[in-house]
Design a protein around this ligand. Structure first.
Ligand code: CU
Length: 379
């Protein structure tokens, strides 16, 4: 006895025998015909669409559009600087790397306005960024203590939608990191629950272009239980620039092909090639100096190393629960951060670099000047 309807073939095989099996096969066959027909119609549609698209593309490409499918090798403007580069480097206002103080109170208001602005990224080399009003790239350093709440007000003063993604936040990104239209502003809050040094960046698609155009920065979250005392604390944001021209006569813009090929023209700490060679960071002999390093990318890592010393403490990957001792070089992945202490007793000029040395050649190098040493670095 069955309470199921007789039209359900698989339920009736016990009793229905041949009729049930035949109905099942017929059903399957019909189904297959329908599926094949749908597929054929879809395939025909796709073929028509493809043909239309190819016709559309063919016309402009053959007429005058030579840049649409630029092929490698790409022209490199690596290292090209203005003729008076030395004077311009001297005149440049170095990005203030010193870690600012933590604001008082449980709620920290952070305001950022995004703006299309032309900045200098190397001596005499100008670039059209989508960056931060009053800062360029990187954006302002945010410094809070674990447990504080950050209230972020993002104003979009640019010409296209942007957003902000804080790696220090545990929050639904589809809401907090949503696109903000030009002229609009958006406020969201998150609790800084995890200590470390984190990247923030625009997360609007294509993210590669938005980060490459300067939309990134660092947020330092102090652990609730204080770190060992440091005498100086500096924040370094490593990044790459991909240029459409040398940027000397007129500002360069993003070359997306170079960005995809990971072939930067310049790489920098805090947005400007070699700025801390000309304007060194400082320490006194015997000081413990702390570096908070973020690799903003958009794509390349930074292998952080300080020439002439060894890290007394390295909070690798920004894991503030433990540190390594006596480490020479630590990789900071694109999108990651780490914290380093060096205690240097002897007066001198101590270069800090990415020890992936192409970066040094492209501008990702600076000096820690300990005391008042005589002479200059040879490199
Ligand atoms: Cu953006």
């Amino acid at each position: 006895m069955s309470s199921y309807p007789a039209t359900e073939p698989y339920r009736g095989t016990d009793h229905g025998g041949f009729a049930g099996v035949a109905a099942l096969l017929l059903g399957l066959a019909l189904g297959a015909v329908v599926i094949v027909s749908v597929f054929l119609v879809k395939a025909a549609d796709d073929a028509r669409d493809d043909a239309a698209a190819m016709t559309k593309q063919a016309a402009p490409a053959s007429a005058h559009d030579h840049t649409a499918h630029q092929s490698l090798p790409l022209t490199s403007f690596a290292g090209k600087a203005a003729p008076n580069a030395e004077a311009l480097a001297e005149a440049h206002n170095a990005y203030p790397a010193a870690l600012p103080a933590v604001p008082a109170g449980n709620l920290v208001h952070v305001n950022m306005t995004l703006k299309d602005m032309t900045v200098e990224i190397a001596p005499g080399v100008k670039y059209n960024t989508w960056a931060f009003d009053g800062h360029g790239a990187p954006g302002p350093i945010v410094h809070v203590r674990q447990g504080q709440t950050v209230e972020m007000t993002l104003k979009n003063g640019g010409s296209i939608p942007h957003s902000i993604d804080f790696h220090a936040a545990r929050i639904a990104p589809n809401i907090a990191f949503r696109d903000v239209a030009p002229g609009d502003s958006f406020i969201f809050r998150f609790k800084a629950g995890d200590p470390g040094v984190f990247m923030y960046h625009c997360g609007t698609k294509p993210v590669l272009a938005h980060i490459a155009n300067g939309m990134y920065g660092a947020i330092v979250v102090d652990p609730a239980k204080s770190l060992p005392k440091a005498d100086n604390a500096y924040v370094l944001v490593a990044s790459e620039w991909y240029l459409s021209s040398d940027g000397i006569q007129e500002p360069a813009s993003l070359n997306m092909d170079k960005a995809r090929a990971m072939a930067p023209d310049w790489t920098t700490f805090n947005g400007y090639a070699n700025q801390y060679v000309t304007h060194p960071l400082t320490a006194d002999p015997g000081d413990t100096t702390r570096f908070y390093v973020v690799a903003a990318g958009p794509t390349l890592d930074t292998d952080f190393h300080v020439v002439g010393t060894i890290f007394n403490r390295a909070w690798v990957n920004g894991d503030m629960s433990q540190f390594q001792r006596g480490v020479q070089t630590v990789g900071v992945p694109a999108g990651g951060g780490a914290v380093f202490d060096v205690k240097i007793d002897e007066e001198g000029l101590y270069p800090f670099v990415s020890h992936a040395f192409a970066h040094v050649d492209l501008g990702q190098v600076g000096l820690l000047k300990v005391g008042n040493p005589k002479g200059h670095m040879s490199h």
